[in-house]
Design a protein around this ligand. Structure first.
Ligand code: SF4
Ligand code: SF4
Length: 198
């Protein structure tokens, strides 16, 4: 039968020579390789004492962004869930009540928003699909857990802190076009609730 690759080797049941049956040359050969590597620079990273630098395009844990005034940007439109190839996103929409304008940017908001981190493949399509600049993937790693339910991250883990100093910087994740688009306040898409939070 014709071989599928040019690197295939035909296995033969050859009788071992006296030297091969001694195994000592093979053992010495193996030890010399070990010794050579012993004095070479280590390629492993001693995590968690050392951490590897991530690529600028690394996609990690998601963040649900707030706008400049602290209101949640997400309007529970569901586009991220539709775009998600892993069906990892679920949400329950609710209507904003009078007096909640400072909490939610739009009239409809996500009362429940969950991402199953075990399903997520960190493709970033949710980020691309979002018309409200509400969801971004960050360079934070998803922390491990002992139980499956610990990997279903709700708003408590996804929405960024209200404190302006603790907000997640996603400026490097936005394309030039998106950053430029956001400078046009005349688009209804970009209008924000301007009353500052007390
Ligand atoms: S990164 Fe990809 S797989 Fe993960 S939630 Fe977003 S769209 Fe789904
Ligand atoms: S994160 Fe964006 S795409 Fe997803 S529901 Fe909220 S506004 Fe819509």
């Amino acid at each position: 039968m014709q071989a599928l690759t040019t690197r295939a080797k035909v296995a033969v049941n050859k009788k071992m020579s006296f030297k091969e049956r001694m195994y000592i040359p093979a053992i010495l050969g193996g030890l010399s390789i070990t010794l050579r590597h012993f004095f070479k620079k280590k390629v492993t990273i001693q995590y968690p004492e050392q951490t590897r630098e991530f690529a600028p395009v690394y996609r990690g844990h998601h963040v649900l962004k707030r706008d400049e005034n602290g209101a949640e940007r997400c309007t529970a439109c569901g586009l991220c869930a539709v775009a998600c190839p892993a069906e990892a996103i679920t949400m329950v929409a609710a209507e904003r009540k009078k007096g909640e304008e400072a909490l939610y940017r739009e009239e409809k908001y996500a009362a429940v928003y969950e991402i199953n981190m075990l399903r997520c493949i960190f493709c970033g399509l949710c980020e691309e699909a979002c018309p409200k600049e509400a969801i971004f993937l960050t360079d934070e790693m998803v922390l491990t857990d002992y139980a499956r339910k610990g990997f279903v991250h709700g708003k408590d883990k996804l929405v960024e802190p209200m404190d302006k100093d603790k907000r997640i910087d996603v400026s490097k994740r936005q394309t030039k076009e998106v950053a430029e688009f956001k400078t046009h306040p005349e688009f209804a898409h970009n209008q924000v609730y301007t009353k500052s939070l007390k």
